[in-house]
Design a protein around this ligand. Structure first.
Ligand code: DMJ
Length: 636
């Protein structure tokens, strides 16, 4: 009964005669008192009963109408777990009771929704319109991603192109002209590969047919995948499109093949990842993750240090038969980190990052002779094999990846950083020497004895030292740049002291020579990139014009001695008067040598170092910036 409808009863029963009032007041009241309870008439009793029951009803009503009464009730009278959700509409069966955690979540969701609604109400109309536009775009992108991905296991991922996927034209016309020349070289290499070896791994430019390397088992298309990002940054759009179509239709990992885990990772996984980050084409993400999954059985060893070789159909792994005591190779298992962190980032599957973080753990627990990392590690015992240390073949990119893992993590990977700078310290103390002619070189260490030889591969270290200068202890920054410059100079000398102005595979600093190959089997040049790679880093970090000049000398030598009708070929002896071609156009010539040359003659805004790191095959991978919510990937 509404409270208002009780009033007339008070009115009639408590008329002037009944309740008295000031007018007839106190006297009337006093009179009822004097009469005593027993003196109530029946109507008065009835009215009192009505008033009392109205009061009780009001009190109960108040409990139900108070705000958030469910909280009150659940706290006072009921246990919250006894609350049941209302039956779902449309006669659907009732959902099972929600556990307390879900209720908490639902409540939190409601509270968040309320908060957001309040915030929205405080926004300006223009801000609200912008938010709606952004939400719409994201939905559209998700839908597009779902359609193209076709990969059931892959989470949707809106694509945001990292900064610097394209750059300005070089301002200086002479530089522009040189850069155009390098693009023309790429076209010559690509067109011939396409003409004579399309879909196969590499090209034999003299015999004009395909070349197969057993590093990739029978996975095909190494040149296509390795070249994708170079085609993209050189804006060779038609070629990029045909390469992408080949990947879509033909790149197949369901093959019975024994492959090199390292080579397939740096060229195929790295190439696909870069192609995805540059172009946003889902097919590259899907293929990269698919291939990454195929590589996972390589880690099935007692320590988790992966095998060098893996049959990607059976999942059976083994090591190179020549490697010391059945060991895995430092530069191979130590050169998976960047790609595997990105595989976790793109797939949402932490397993990839976990595998490479475990390698780190195994390595950091081991004693290092003189602080150095031997090239061989047994994956079963977890013990070092032969104590051979090299910053060239078998060791090189392990050190490179420590530094780049730290840079790629937006400088949050402190373990990678410490391992890198500690290793550089040991390398300086035990391996770096100066020749009597004043050339700085990095020797190899065999059980405590130095071999005064430096490989072409070791020349990448000039760029690495310079790239790492910024993070070195403050008193060492200049020193690391200087070290980079000295290595660049030595490697340039190794080119300059040949007849063809192209560097040998290895050069020595003993027996009265400096920066010269003395053994016949070290005089070849197979279109390798490392020296040009160091010029590119040194140019970016110092802008000393000599690095562009040295790069241009290499272009002229390549054109003169390596360019043939059917593409580009390696040379058997760079000290000879006449070219003897090895008849292989390596896939890294397109992915690395030509890319680094192109970047050397580009402005710094193309693939800037603050936003990209290059994997060891020159495939650019974006820095996982902490501001973009990548903290977890960086710390797995
Ligand atoms: C490339 O495949 C990579 O740079 C690797 O790290 C070492 N060798 C070749 C190029 O020389």
């Amino acid at each position: 009964m509404p409270a208002a409808s009780l009033l007339p009863l008070f009115g009639s029963a408590a008329g002037p005669g009944a309740l008295g009032g000031p007018a007839g007041g106190g006297a009337g009241g006093a009179g009822r008192k004097a009469a005593g309870p027993g003196a109530f008439r029946l109507t008065e009793k009835f009215v009192l009963l009505l008033v009392f029951s109205a009061f009780i009803t009001l009190c109960f009503g108040a409990i139900f109408f108070l705000p958030d009464s469910s909280k009150l009730l659940s706290g006072v009278f009921f246990h919250s777990a006894a609350l049941q959700p209302p039956p779902p509409p449309g006669g659907q069966p009732r959902a099972a009771p929600q556990p307390a955690g879900s209720l908490e979540r639902i409540r939190a969701d409601h509270e968040r929704a309320l908060r957001e609604a309040k915030e929205t109400l405080q926004k300006l109309p223009e801000e609200i319109r912008r938010d709606i536009r952004q939400d719409k775009e994201k939905l559209l992108q998700d839908a597009r991603g779902r359609k193209e991905a076709g990969a059931p296991g892959l989470p949707q991922r809106p694509f945001r192109q990292p900064v610097g996927a394209a750059g300005r034209e070089p301002a200086d016309p002479a530089v522009r002209q040189r850069r155009d020349k390098i693009k023309e070289m790429m076209k010559h290499a690509w067109d011939n590969y396409k003409r004579y070896a399309w879909g196969l791994n590499e090209l034999k430019p003299i015999s004009k047919q395909g070349h197969s390397s057993n590093l990739f088992g029978n996975i095909q298309g190494a040149t296509i995948v390795d070249a994708l990002d170079t085609l993209y940054i050189m804006e060779m759009k038609e070629e990029f499109k045909e390469a992408k179509e080949w990947v879509e239709k033909n790149l197949d990992f369901n093959v019975n093949a024994e492959i090199s885990v390292f080579e397939v990772n740096i060229r195929f996984v790295g190439g696909l990842l870069s192609a995805y980050y540059l172009s946003g084409e889902e097919v590259f993400r899907k293929k990269a993750v698919e291939l990454g999954e195929k590589l996972l059985p390589a880690f099935n060893t007692p320590t988790g240090i992966p095998w060098a070789l893996l049959n990607i159909k059976s999942g059976i792994g083994r090591n190179w038969p020549w490697a010391s005591g059945g060991s895995s190779i430092l530069a191979e298992f130590g050169t998976l980190h960047l790609e595997f962190v990105h595989l976790s980032h793109l797939s949402g599957n932490p397993v990839f990052a976990e595998k490479v973080m475990n390698i780190r753990k195994v390595l950091s627990r081991l004693d290092k002779p003189e602080g150095l990392y031997p090239n061989y590690l047994n994956p079963s015992s977890g013990q070092w094999g032969q104590h051979h240390v090299s910053i060239g073949g078998l060791g090189d990119s392990f050190y490179e990846y420590l530094l780049k893992a730290w840079l790629m993590s937006d400088k949050t990977d402190e373990d990678g950083k410490k391992m890198y700078y500690d290793a550089v310290q040991a390398i300086e103390t035990h391996l770096i020497r100066k020749s009597s002619g004043g050339l700085t070189y990095i020797a190899e260490w065999k059980g405590g004895l130095l071999e005064h030889k430096m490989g072409h591969l070791t020349c990448f270290a000039g760029g690495m030292f310079a790239l790492g200068a910024d993070g070195a202890p403050s008193d060492k920054t200049g020193h690391h740049i200087e070290l980079g410059a000295e290595i660049a100079k030595t490697c340039h000398e190794s080119y300059d002291r040949t007849r063809m102005k192209l560097g040998p595979e290895a050069f020595r600093f003993d027996g009265g020579v400096e920066a010269i190959a003395t053994r016949q089997n070290e005089k070849y040049y197979i279109l390798r990139p490392e020296v040009i790679e160091t010029y590119m880093y040194m140019w970016r970090l110092t802008h000393d014009p000599k690095y562009r000049e040295w790069g241009w000398e290499a272009v002229e030598a390549l054109e003169k001695h390596c360019r043939v009708d059917g593409g580009y070929s390696g040379i058997r002896d760079v000290y000879n008067n006449h070219e003897s071609h090895d008849d292989v156009q390596q896939s890294f010539f397109l992915s690395e040598t030509l890319k680094y040359l192109y970047l050397l003659f580009s402005e710094d805004d193309l693939l800037p170092f603050e936003h990209w790191v290059f994997n060891t095959e020159a495939h650019p991978l974006p820095v996982l910036h902490k501001d973009d919510g990548n903290k977890e990937e960086n710390q797995k």
